[in-house]
Write a protein that binds this ligand. Structure first.
Ligand code: FES
Ligand code: FES
Length: 158
Protein backbone atom coordinates (compact mmCIF):
# COMPACT_ATOMS: atom_id res chain seq x y z
CA UNK A 1 0.00 0.00 0.00
CA UNK A 2 1.13 3.52 -0.66
CA UNK A 3 1.85 5.59 2.42
CA UNK A 4 2.34 9.34 2.25
CA UNK A 5 3.48 11.31 5.27
CA UNK A 6 5.35 14.44 6.19
CA UNK A 7 8.33 13.43 8.30
CA UNK A 8 10.43 16.12 9.94
CA UNK A 9 9.06 18.64 7.47
CA UNK A 10 9.70 16.57 4.34
CA UNK A 11 7.07 14.88 2.21
CA UNK A 12 7.76 11.15 1.97
CA UNK A 13 5.94 8.36 0.20
CA UNK A 14 6.59 4.65 -0.23
CA UNK A 15 4.87 1.40 -1.08
CA UNK A 16 4.88 -0.80 2.00
CA UNK A 17 3.16 -3.99 3.13
CA UNK A 18 -0.06 -3.00 4.94
CA UNK A 19 1.18 -4.49 8.20
CA UNK A 20 4.25 -2.23 8.34
CA UNK A 21 4.44 -0.52 11.73
CA UNK A 22 5.16 3.18 11.83
CA UNK A 23 8.37 2.47 13.75
CA UNK A 24 9.52 0.04 11.04
CA UNK A 25 8.69 2.59 8.37
CA UNK A 26 10.74 5.26 10.15
CA UNK A 27 13.71 3.04 10.95
CA UNK A 28 13.88 0.69 7.98
CA UNK A 29 12.50 2.74 5.10
CA UNK A 30 13.66 6.21 6.13
CA UNK A 31 16.71 5.13 8.18
CA UNK A 32 15.62 7.39 11.05
CA UNK A 33 17.08 5.12 13.69
CA UNK A 34 16.82 7.62 16.53
CA UNK A 35 13.37 6.16 17.13
CA UNK A 36 14.15 3.10 19.24
CA UNK A 37 12.40 -0.21 19.77
CA UNK A 38 12.52 -1.38 23.37
CA UNK A 39 9.60 -3.75 23.67
CA UNK A 40 7.42 -3.75 20.54
CA UNK A 41 4.38 -4.12 22.79
CA UNK A 42 3.52 -0.48 23.53
CA UNK A 43 4.97 -0.50 27.04
CA UNK A 44 8.38 1.17 27.11
CA UNK A 45 7.89 4.40 25.12
CA UNK A 46 11.31 4.21 23.42
CA UNK A 47 9.54 4.46 20.05
CA UNK A 48 7.61 7.65 20.89
CA UNK A 49 7.26 10.19 18.07
CA UNK A 50 4.96 13.16 17.52
CA UNK A 51 2.04 12.70 15.14
CA UNK A 52 0.41 16.05 14.37
CA UNK A 53 2.04 17.32 17.56
CA UNK A 54 0.85 14.56 19.91
CA UNK A 55 3.13 11.90 21.35
CA UNK A 56 2.31 8.39 20.14
CA UNK A 57 4.06 5.04 20.41
CA UNK A 58 5.11 4.27 16.87
CA UNK A 59 5.24 0.51 17.53
CA UNK A 60 1.53 0.71 18.17
CA UNK A 61 0.45 2.27 14.86
CA UNK A 62 0.54 1.09 11.28
CA UNK A 63 2.29 3.36 8.83
CA UNK A 64 -0.80 3.39 6.60
CA UNK A 65 -2.97 4.51 9.54
CA UNK A 66 -0.92 7.70 9.71
CA UNK A 67 -1.65 8.68 6.10
CA UNK A 68 -1.21 12.44 5.67
CA UNK A 69 0.07 13.03 9.24
CA UNK A 70 3.01 15.19 10.18
CA UNK A 71 5.46 13.04 12.06
CA UNK A 72 8.32 14.46 14.11
CA UNK A 73 11.14 12.18 15.22
CA UNK A 74 14.11 13.05 17.40
CA UNK A 75 16.10 13.81 14.23
CA UNK A 76 13.67 16.63 13.44
CA UNK A 77 13.88 18.54 16.72
CA UNK A 78 17.16 20.43 16.59
CA UNK A 79 17.47 23.56 14.43
CA UNK A 80 19.10 23.34 10.98
CA UNK A 81 22.33 24.74 12.41
CA UNK A 82 22.45 22.00 15.04
CA UNK A 83 21.19 24.11 17.96
CA UNK A 84 19.43 21.74 20.31
CA UNK A 85 15.73 22.09 21.00
CA UNK A 86 15.24 23.52 24.55
CA UNK A 87 14.04 20.11 25.78
CA UNK A 88 17.13 18.38 24.37
CA UNK A 89 19.36 21.07 25.89
CA UNK A 90 17.69 20.64 29.28
CA UNK A 91 18.17 16.84 29.25
CA UNK A 92 21.83 17.41 28.47
CA UNK A 93 22.27 20.09 31.14
CA UNK A 94 20.50 18.12 33.88
CA UNK A 95 22.07 14.75 33.08
CA UNK A 96 18.63 13.42 32.24
CA UNK A 97 20.16 10.48 30.41
CA UNK A 98 22.84 7.86 30.71
CA UNK A 99 22.79 5.23 27.95
CA UNK A 100 20.34 7.35 25.95
CA UNK A 101 18.15 4.48 24.80
CA UNK A 102 14.95 5.92 26.27
CA UNK A 103 15.90 9.54 25.59
CA UNK A 104 14.30 10.19 22.18
CA UNK A 105 10.98 8.98 23.55
CA UNK A 106 11.38 10.94 26.80
CA UNK A 107 12.23 14.11 24.90
CA UNK A 108 9.30 13.83 22.47
CA UNK A 109 6.83 13.04 25.28
CA UNK A 110 8.12 16.13 27.06
CA UNK A 111 7.73 18.30 23.97
CA UNK A 112 4.11 17.15 23.73
CA UNK A 113 3.49 17.86 27.42
CA UNK A 114 5.00 21.34 27.38
CA UNK A 115 3.08 22.28 24.24
CA UNK A 116 -0.21 21.37 25.91
CA UNK A 117 0.64 22.24 29.53
CA UNK A 118 3.50 24.73 29.67
CA UNK A 119 3.06 25.06 33.45
CA UNK A 120 2.69 21.36 34.21
CA UNK A 121 3.47 20.55 37.83
CA UNK A 122 5.61 17.63 38.99
CA UNK A 123 2.64 15.29 39.22
CA UNK A 124 1.61 16.07 35.63
CA UNK A 125 5.20 15.62 34.45
CA UNK A 126 5.44 12.22 36.13
CA UNK A 127 2.05 11.18 34.75
CA UNK A 128 3.06 12.16 31.21
CA UNK A 129 6.29 10.20 31.46
CA UNK A 130 4.55 7.22 33.02
CA UNK A 131 4.57 5.46 29.65
CA UNK A 132 8.29 6.02 29.11
CA UNK A 133 10.59 3.62 30.92
CA UNK A 134 14.22 4.36 31.78
CA UNK A 135 16.45 1.58 33.02
CA UNK A 136 19.44 3.60 34.08
CA UNK A 137 19.07 7.31 34.83
CA UNK A 138 16.50 7.25 37.57
CA UNK A 139 13.64 9.64 37.10
CA UNK A 140 14.82 12.48 39.35
CA UNK A 141 17.11 14.02 36.75
CA UNK A 142 14.59 13.45 34.01
CA UNK A 143 11.93 15.38 35.95
CA UNK A 144 14.48 18.10 36.67
CA UNK A 145 15.26 18.28 32.95
CA UNK A 146 11.58 18.75 32.13
CA UNK A 147 11.31 21.52 34.75
CA UNK A 148 14.43 23.19 33.35
CA UNK A 149 12.98 23.00 29.83
CA UNK A 150 9.79 24.58 31.18
CA UNK A 151 11.78 27.51 32.56
CA UNK A 152 13.80 28.05 29.39
CA UNK A 153 10.68 27.81 27.23
CA UNK A 154 8.89 30.32 29.48
CA UNK A 155 11.89 32.67 29.29
CA UNK A 156 11.99 32.35 25.50
CA UNK A 157 8.35 33.41 25.11
CA UNK A 158 8.40 36.11 27.85
FE1 FES B 1 7.09 0.97 21.37
FE2 FES B 1 8.30 -0.08 23.50
S1 FES B 1 8.96 -0.13 21.44
S2 FES B 1 6.51 1.16 23.42
FE1 FES C 1 19.34 4.43 29.67
FE2 FES C 1 17.08 5.74 30.01
S1 FES C 1 19.09 6.59 29.82
S2 FES C 1 17.33 3.67 29.52
Amino acid sequence: MKVELVVNGKQVSADVPPNTLLVQFLREHLRLTGTHIGCDTAQCGACTVLADGRAIKSCNALAVQMQGCEITTIEGLAAQDGTLHPVQAAFKECHGLQCGFCTPGMVLSTVDLLQRHPSADERQIREQLDGNLCRCTGYQNIVRAVQTAQQSTATAVA
